[in-house]
Design a protein around this ligand. Structure first.
Ligand code: SAM
Length: 236
């Protein structure tokens, strides 16, 4: 008998399973058990997910699900679910759908009246926010800033934002982004959260000017989340 999966009469259930953002121990017991019980796991990079599955002795079949094959694969997964098989969707790290593919599959599943259930867990957005030292009662998540077109417009819009702002950024662009944010938003308080939950985890807090100056001298590596004070922030 399945312990964690829901028993349904005919259709399978689509489970959205959050996985670690670095430290492999950061996964719930329920998620580990469910990943053992489902018929299929859809993963962004199957090699990366295999490391997690091996760590927990999970032998469930894996199938790839990327942003570039999500339409085609999404249709196949819906067929699988309609045949009564349970599917767990994971991303490379954190919560699927948060700057990772998912939205389209959930839409397809709901249109077919398939049950969609979340197994919550880590996400870099919340991990970074909680260690930033900035207000977290209200915040906005921007994902990645656009690379070219609309980038400046988006940054100007952010200047008006009163709530704390969370942005995902790559190590190659962090220097440029901090400089641009400082130019448009002014000298706000901010935090750069790098490699959270991993061996070289660090959180650098300061003003955008300090951080931009630090960024000029530093060789950035790893995964970065940037948290910036909103326009209404006042030091207490
Ligand atoms: N779905 C994931 C989540 O829930 O956090 C995010 C996926 S998005 C494609 C990847 C981005 O998340 C990275 O480029 C980085 O900005 C951020 N990120 C992921 N892991 C992180 C970590 N350990 N520390 C800081 N930021 C991280």
């Amino acid at each position: 008998m399945k312990v964690n999966a829901i028993e349904t009469d005919s259709k399978g259930v689509l489970y959205i399973v959050s996985t670690p953002i670095g430290n492999l121990e950061d996964i719930t017991r329920r998620s580990v058990e469910l990943l053992k019980e489902v018929d299929l796991i859809a993963a962004e990079d199957t090699r990366r997910t295999r490391i997690l599955l091996n760590h927990y002795d999970i032998s469930t079949r894996l199938s790839s699900f990327h942003s570039y094959n999500q339409e085609k694969k999404g249709g196949r997964f819906i067929e699988t679910l309609n045949e009564g098989k349970d599917l767990a969707l994971v991303s490379d790290a954190g919560t699927p759908g948060i700057s990772d593919p998912l939205y389209h599959l959930v839409q397809l599943a709901l249109a077919e009246e398939i049950i969609v259930q979340a197994l919550p867990g880590p996400s870099a957005v919340l991990a970074a926010l909680t260690v930033s030292g900035l207000p977290m009662d209200r915040f906005v998540f921007e994902g990645f800033l656009p690379l070219k077109k609309k980038r400046q417009t988006r940054i100007k819009e952010l200047a008006e934002e009163k709530r704390t702002i969370v942005i995902y950024e790559s190590p190659h662009r962090i220097q440029k982004t901090l400089r641009e944010l400082h130019e448009v938003l002014g000298n706000r308080k901010a935090a750069v959260a790098r490699e959270l939950t991993k061996m070289y985890e660090e959180v650098i807090r300061g003003t955008l000017q300090d951080l931009a100056a630090t960024a000029e001298k530093k060789k950035w590596k790893g995964e970065i989340t940037l948290v910036i004070a909103g326009s209404s922030f006042k030091e207490s």
